[in-house]
Ligand binder design. Sequence first.
Ligand SMILES: Cc1cc2nc3c(=O)[nH]c(=O)nc-3n(C[C@H](O)[C@H](O)[C@H](O)COP(=O)(O)O)c2cc1C
Length: 357
Amino acid sequence: MLNKLKNVAKALLAITWIRRVYELVNRVFLESFGSSRIMSHLYYTASFITFNREQTAVLRGRRNYYRNKKRDRLTHVELRRNVHRLEKGLIMRPRRDVFARDYITETIEFYEQAVAQCRRDPETMELSEMEWAHDVLTEYFRTVTTGDAMVDAARERFERADHAAEFTGKVPYVKKALSSISYQELDDLVMQRRSVRWFEDREVPRDLIDQALLIARQAPTACNRLPYEFRVFDDPQLVSEVSSIPFGTAGYGHNIPSIVVVVGKLESYFSPRDRHAIYVDGSLAAMSFMLGLETLGLSSSVINWPDFEPLERKMQKKLDLDLTDRVVMLIAVGYAHPEGMVPYSQKKELDTFRRYN
Ligand SMILES: Cc1cc2nc3c(=O)[nH]c(=O)nc-3n(C[C@H](O)[C@H](O)[C@H](O)COP(=O)(O)O)c2cc1C
């Protein structure tokens, strides 16, 4: 017995030393290669595999962006972006007599393509997106003055596209000034939301998830692209398989009733400069989703998604993800167990995380 204890103590000491040596080597490495951009570049040239999945996803996403332009799709990201740019032009103060000269022709091309798809099979397109595009373009051509050759040519093409749509009023408007929700009520809601890891053994109704998702989609996204997909799993076998993939569910994964994987779609961008938008947009939507769940009596917890190749591979296979799809985070959802506790999780003080000017 004594010998056994001695061996355990020796093993623990060895682990402590291995950790110390590892940390020391790591620090020497980081002090050198993290000292300048050139040194970092050298490091990543040698260790090119580190972000390879991300790099491939970005590059292939851009490739697919262009490929998709020729394909029938439920929603057309390039049209969404340009229609939104037009909306922004329409709300400018003062509004210019003629604007969007540099992209109105391509917008009409995108629109014509969407109209053609709609004609072939209206079921394959989001009707609301078509209405929005139609209305904003109608408003644009109503507003800009005639006499500019490029705009007039685009106007003619718009009229010729002859999309048999009624004007549904999806154009810029003056927003209602005041919310009926008080600061205190919002504060109560955000205080009510805590990361819950212990749930009742109870099914989560799909209509509640859908209601929370309708809140999520109202979150801001760059150029109104909504470049994400919320993959919801509520089949017990699948929930168990999906929740066991990330590290962060250790110890409580077995009691998660529903799990959502927020997936960012890199095929929404033609430029690498926007590669972070999926994480920003996906997270903003996720936060709204979780607050929405709270109002419906449901609780949630975010689960970290590390960029770690073995897990990436597992998730890609399980969800049949394209290489351009990036997992942003997972969210466990369920009814909080009445006896399950939540950590206190003290927040930082305002003065610590806020700086003016
Ligand atoms: C990006 C992100 C990753 C997280 N990953 C995990 C995780 O893997 N496992 C877990 O149990 N909690 C995870 N959490 C929950 C945090 O631990 C929790 O939000 C934090 O401690 C604050 O607590 P609160 O959410 O109750 O305010 C994560 C939260 C975020 C935003």
